[in-house]
Write a protein that binds this ligand. Sequence first.
Ligand code: FES
Length: 69
Amino acid sequence: MRTCLVALEQQKIICHCLGITEQQILELKILKNVQTVREVMNETEAGSGCTACHRKIRDLLENPEKICR
Ligand code: FES
């Protein structure tokens, strides 16, 4: 758990075009039950630039526990 909290505190950016962090996406997943890249785009515009982050967003949504490793 401590490792997970440290990872979130580091504010790792997942979408560099829009400056959206892993923490912001996980908050959407937890608070608004966001499940897809499209839903993340609708909420934050993350992924609406070059689209290079789509795989990372999808991975994070499907395996949020990875952030804690
Ligand atoms: S890195 Fe997310 S749209 Fe470019």
